[in-house]
Design a protein around this ligand. Structure first.
Ligand SMILES: NC(=O)c1ccc[n+]([C@@H]2O[C@H](COP(=O)([O-])OP(=O)(O)OC[C@H]3O[C@@H](n4cnc5c(N)ncnc54)[C@H](OP(=O)(O)O)[C@@H]3O)[C@@H](O)[C@H]2O)c1
Length: 262
């Protein structure tokens, strides 16, 4: 009986297994961020929270997200939630719990970024990893956008964004990153599809390039043209703040320059 009651409570959202006790402000705009536990995603949480936004800060393992949880303990407008891009049922369940919540901006930040390795080199491609890269980096952000589309329509700003990287010769200039680069190129194309599909609904779909941001404990001075995470995120937030319908479907660098491949 107890087990049944627990299951019922979970189903109706009384007990959210990973949610902090957030108190959102009805007057503040709301952002949903994926991959919020570290790197660029954590900095997005810091800056949006400092600006007074309600933040749905999602990550794969909230229990291990110590820096994120510390931010949420100090600020009731941050809700920490579990979201794994490979778990579509979990994404739908989270969207169901937030069904009534307008969301102004989605930041599809989470991604599988790794390399160089032989499994990503043409000639020795690892096809299990191929699936994992594409399911994470290409399908994952689209699934998040689909699941929270109704929330975006309820929001004032109606912006769906995703973080990408350069492709082909414009991307990471050493071999061993092919699955990373091409799964992000697939994401770029899917972003354009979403922009076309949801144009009439006034939804702006913006693809962001954060620059080369050292987030993996790189030794100081080893990343050429490095951009500090604080600057990269501040620049991307400014782009999202000022996004227009004309920019929907475009890719834009963190400093506001449009990306032109052709
Ligand atoms: N840093 C750069 O120079 C750079 C340049 C171009 C583009 N980008 C893009 O910018 C984004 C953020 O970069 P970053 O440097 O902050 O990356 P990062 O430090 O590698 O962090 C990646 C984030 O994505 C999460 N993630 C990975 N797989 C996931 C999954 N299946 N479901 C949910 N979350 C998942 C990670 O969670 P866990 O902690 O659980 O692994 C982590 O929070 C990425 O999309 C990256 O491709 C970064």
């Amino acid at each position: 009986m107890k087990k049944l009651m627990l299951l019922y409570a979970l189903a109706i959202g009384c007990l959210a297994p990973t949610a902090q006790a957030a108190e959102f402000s009805a007057a503040a705009p709301t952002v949903l961020i994926t991959g919020s536990n570290r790197g660029i995603g954590l900095e997005f949480v810091r800056q949006y929270a400092a600006a007074g936004w309600n933040v749905i800060a999602t990550c794969r393992s909230p229990a291990k997200a110590s820096e994120l949880k510390a931010l949420a303990e100090a600020n009731p407008q941050i809700a920490v939630e579990r979201l794994d891009l490979l778990d579509h049922a979990g994404i739908d369940a989270l969207a169901a719990r937030y069904a009534e919540q307008p969301i102004d901006i989605i930041v599809n930040n989470a991604g599988l970024m790794r390399g160089p390795d032989r499994g990503q080199m043409i000639g020795t491609i690892d096809y299990d990893e191929f699936d994992r890269f594409y399911r994470t980096n290409a399908a994952g952000p689209v699934k998040v956008a689909e699941a929270f589309y109704k929330n975006i329509k309820k929001g004032d700003r109606k912006v769906i964004s995703a973080l990408t990287t350069g492709r082909g010769k414009h991307g990471i200039p050493v071999p061993g990153f092919s699955l990373y680069k091409t799964s992000k190129a697939a994401l770029d194309a899917l972003q354009v599809e979403m922009a076309i599909r949801w144009k009439r609904q006034g939804v702006k779909v913006i693809t962001l390039m954060p620059g080369r941001v050292p987030t993996h404990d790189e030794a100081p001075g080893t990343v050429q043209n490095a951009v500090a995470v604080e600057d990269s995120v501040a620049g991307m937030i400014a782009i999202l703040d000022n996004a227009t319908m004309e920019q929907s479907g475009q890719s834009i660098r963190w400093n506001g320059e449009p990306v032109q491949y052709e």
